[in-house]
Write a protein that binds this ligand. Structure first.
Ligand code: ATP
Ligand code: MG
Length: 139
C-alpha cells in the first residue's frame, strides 16, 4: 500500500482544524500511521520546500512554517491511492480555485495561508516522510 505525508500548517492549527483534517482522511478509509506536533527547524522547512527556492514567496513560506506561533501537525497516512486522493481531499493550491467540499475550498481563502500540505507524488512522499519522521516514529 501507499503512504503520503500530510501536514497541518500553523494557520490550520491556530484555526482549530486538526480534528476536521483527521476526520476527513479517516472517514475516507485511510489509516494514520504517524503523527507529531513539531515546530520545524528552519533547515527542515527549507528542505521540505526546496523545489520552490527560486520563488518570490519562498522566504515568507519558510518563516510562516517555522514561526512557532503554532506547531505543524506532521502526519503519515496510508491506503490505496492515498497520495492522489489526499491531494483531492485537500483541494487546489490556491483556495480560490479549490472546490467546495475540499479542505482548502471549505476553510481557506489565501494561497499563503492554505492550512494544509500534501505530497504531490510518490517520490516527494518518500522524501518528505523521511525528512519529517524517523523510521521508528512510523507504525
Ligand atoms: P503544498 O506543497 O503546501 O501541499 P501545493 O503542492 O498545493 O502545496 P506548491 O506549489 O507545492 O503547492 O506550493 C507550496 C506552498 O507554497 C503552497 O501550499 C502555499 O502555501 C505556498 N504558495 C504557493 N504559491 C504561492 C503564492 N503565489 N504566494 C504565496 N504562497 C504561495
Ligand atoms: Mg507542493
Amino acid at each position: 500500500v501507499e503512504r503520503t505525508f500530510i501536514a497541518i500548517k500553523p494557520d490550520g492549527v491556530q484555526r482549530g482544524m486538526i480534528s476536521e483534517v483527521i476526520h476527513r482522511f479517516e472517514r475516507k478509509g485511510y489509516k494514520l500511521v504517524a503523527i507529531k506536533a513539531i515546530v520545524p527547524p528552519k533547515a527542515l522547512a527549507e528542505e521540505h520546500y526546496g523545489d520552490l527556492k527560486a520563488r518570490p514567496f519562498y522566504p515568507g513560506l519558510v518563516s510562516y512554517m517555522t514561526s512557532g506561533k503554532a506547531p505543524v501537525i506532521a502526519m503519515v497516512w496510508e491506503g490505496v491511492d492515498v497520495i492522489r486522493q489526499g491531494r483531492r481531499i485537500i483541494g487546489a493550491t490556491n483556495p480560490l480555485d479549490a472546490e467546495p467540499g475540499s479542505i482548502r475550498g471549505d476553510y481557506t481563502i489565501s494561497v499563503g495561508r492554505n492550512a494544509i500540505h500534501g505530497s504531490d507524488s510518490f517520490e516527494s512522499a518518500t522524501i518528505e516522510i523521511g525528512l519529517w519522521f524517523k523510521p521508528e516514529e512510523v507504525y
